[in-house]
Write a new protein. Structure first.
Length: 131
């Protein structure tokens, strides 16, 4: 029993030493020639304009997150489909529930207009508070 815990402790120590050694070794062998071009913000090859503390549209990030969610769905569905005959009806019902939840999320995104590239902004007029 004590030997089992000792082997786990030794494994953790080796893992920590490996990470430390790798970081120190890469710090030693890396080239160090800083230039002003390397210190600039990378914007897909474009020269940065203006301040970096501006408000920007996060719509593209939302689309990327939705894409990742549905990619995970594919990663779950493919192995399930390979062994479907061995798993039986209960597994089929579980997968229907999983796909149903994702479908409800897709309908919600579609209804809110989060899947369109150009989103229409609806302005409402506020009533002035009169005393």
């Amino acid at each position: 029993m004590l030997f089992d815990f000792a082997s786990i402790f030794i494994f953790i120590i080796i893992a920590i030493l490996f990470v430390f050694f790798t970081l120190v070794f890469s710090w030693i062998i890396r080239p160090n020639n800083p230039t002003p071009e390397k210190a600039t913000t990378y914007e897909c090859g474009e020269i940065p304009k203006g301040d970096s503390w501006i408000k920007f549209n996060i719509h593209f990030y939302v689309i990327a997150l939705v894409f990742i969610i549905f990619e995970v769905e594919v990663l779950v569905l493919f192995p399930w489909a390979v062994v479907y005959k061995k798993l039986g009806l209960v597994s089929f019902i579980e997968m229907l529930i999983f796909v149903g939840i994702l479908f409800v999320g897709l309908v919600y995104l579609w209804k809110n207009g989060d899947l369109s590239w150009v989103k229409e902004i609806k302005y409402t007029k506020r009533k002035a508070n009169s005393k």
